[in-house]
Design a binder for this molecule. Structure first.
Ligand code: NAD
Ligand code: G6P
Ligand code: MN
Length: 441
């Protein structure tokens, strides 16, 4: 069987340990011969890389594993590149969340003012990184989930219009399907969804039982009404995520047609959401005090003891497993279905063709074959058309170094929606992002 060379960009990420373990777990399904971690921050990546050496010596000794900060070592002869960088790191995520919240607007990783600020940083870093990758591995599949994936996908579409081997994908739709499966007490693989939207802004219009063909949406609606909604891995989640999933119940009471993505809450209830977020302690703080500490503590322990041992079983990582399954689908042309981000081209009939949309696709050796959802109702069209414009204007601002375009994006965003407020937020974020954004004029 063919074996593949894989690189992870953002090797020092809090998600990497989950990937290392999952590459071991899935080595029969997706066999790899070489794995390289790449990061621009060597100090952050080192403990993760050392952990990898110990893990693979125990469980996958034939794997050629290394970690580096040199693109010339990382990128040549790659088949798959997993991109999970965080432009500006978690300290900048804190600012994306704290600054808008301190000014009375939602600060969040990927939506609203914070998401647009992160988007501009990611345009800079992602475009540069993909150019570097293409110097060394022109044919590698680039699987991107670096956020904000909506804006990154639009930027990469414009910068690399003829590149057919860049795929942007997010795990949240699959997380929601898994959560539905917990609610109904069925295997999540038995569910066949229909979905439309933008990244972090979409809806399930149907969830079919693969065997019987029954649309389970009415049952899901009734069960959510009676029991609420929890993430599949609720026991491993911080409280803020339980609240985010729980809010699906409210959304489905008000808008019962479809099952929403959890992120829709920010767009549909900006005032309520804003009043329930703490500007002194946001999700970024929770991640810094939680997942980041846990991951680096586990790495430190393993390095000290020189063995991974039972810690191998500690984390079950749905995100890493999904991404490796994506690579497997492409590598072996399985045509398995995933919800991915693609150029619209008629998938949503009444949305512009050059929007980057999130829909179900069959995934094989030639990439995604998206499934059409037809014409979406006026309400959803209105919401999405506004947000497509907003995401496109941020990418315009990046290319044109245009303060005006950024101001238009901020004004149009449903989480801001006011030109004076937009200007105040933008000015504060320009200041916070000096050296990391293009200079806006
Ligand atoms: P993190 O800060 O722990 O890790 C990011 C790593 O990227 C850091 O080690 C950092 O040094 C590195 N990095 C930053 N800029 C870089 C660059 N230009 N080139 C190479 N490496 C660079 O963050 P995290 O919480 O682990 O998240 C990592 C990324 O994955 C984020 O963008 C996050 O939003 C994304 N993510 C996306 C999904 C999804 O479904 N779309 C799911 C999980 C994580
Ligand atoms: C989901 C989303 C990702 C996002 C992550 C944030 O997985 O799909 O795009 O980055 O949640 O999680 P965090 O725990 O860092 O807040
Ligand atoms: Mn996501």
């Amino acid at each position: 069987m063919e074996k593949f060379n894989v690189c992870i960009v953002g090797g020092g990420s809090t998600y990497t340990l989950g990937f290392l373990k999952s590459f071991v777990r899935l080595k029969e399904e997706f066999p790899i011969k070489k794995l390289v971690l790449f990061d621009i921050d060597g100090d952050r990546q080192r403990p993760i890389g050392e952990y990898g050496k110990i893990l693979f010596k125990e469980r996958f000794p034939e794997l050629d594993f290394s970690y580096t900060t040199d693109p010339a070592e990382a990128y040549p002869e790659m088949d798959f590149i997993f991109m999970q960088m965080r432009a500006g790191g978690l300290p900048m995520r804190r600012k994306d969340e704290h600054i808008p919240l301190s000014m009375g607007k939602i600060g969040q990783e990927t939506v609203g003012a914070g998401g647009m600020a992160y988007g501009l940083r990611s345009c800079v870093d992602m475009i540069e990184a993909v150019h570097q990758i293409r110097e060394y591995s022109p044919n590698a599949w680039i699987l991107n989930y670096s956020n904000p994936a909506a804006i990154v996908a639009e930027a990469l579409r414009r910068e690399f219009p003829d590149d057919q081997r860049i795929l942007n994908i997010c795990d949240q739709p699959e997380n929601i399907i898994r959560s539905v499966s917990r609610l109904l007490n069925v295997d999540w693989n038995s569910l066949d969804p229909v979905y439309f939207g933008l990244n972090h802004y979409g809806w399930f219009t149907h969830i079919y039982d693969k065997k019987t063909g029954e649309d389970l949406l009415p049952l899901i609606r009734k069960t959510v009404h009676e029991k609420g909604f929890l993430p599949q891995d609720a026991e491993q989640r911080d409280k803020s995520w339980l609240d985010t999933y729980g809010f699906v119940q409210t959304m489905m009471e008000d808008f019962p047609d479809y099952i929403p993505n959890t992120y829709d809450g920010y767009y549909l209830y900006p005032e309520y959401k804003c009043s329930h977020l703490n500007p002194e302690y946001t999700r970024a703080d929770e991640v810094i005090d939680g997942r980041e500490k846990r991951v680096f503590a586990e790495a430190a322990e393993v390095i000290k003891e020189g063995k991974v041992g039972d810690r191998f079983h500690a984390i079950s990582d749905a995100h890493a497993e999904m991404m490796i399954k994506v690579a497997e689908a492409i590598a072996f042309n399985t045509n398995q279905r995933f919800i991915v981000i693609v150029k619209n081209d008629g998938a949503i009939a009444n949305l512009q063709n050059d929007a980057m949309v999130e829909v179900v696709a069959e995934l094989g050796i030639n990439g995604p074959r998206p499934m059409r959802v037809g014409t979406i109702p006026q309400f959803y069209y209105g919401l999405l058309a506004q947000q497509v414009s907003c995401e496109k204007l941020i990418v315009d601002a990046y290319y044109e170094h245009s303060y005006q375009k950024a101001l238009e994006a901020f004004t149009l965003n449903r989480l801001i929606n006011d030109a004076k407020k937009a200007r105040e937020l933008l000015d504060a974020l320009v200041e916070a992002n000096k050296g990391q954004w293009p200079e806006l004029k």
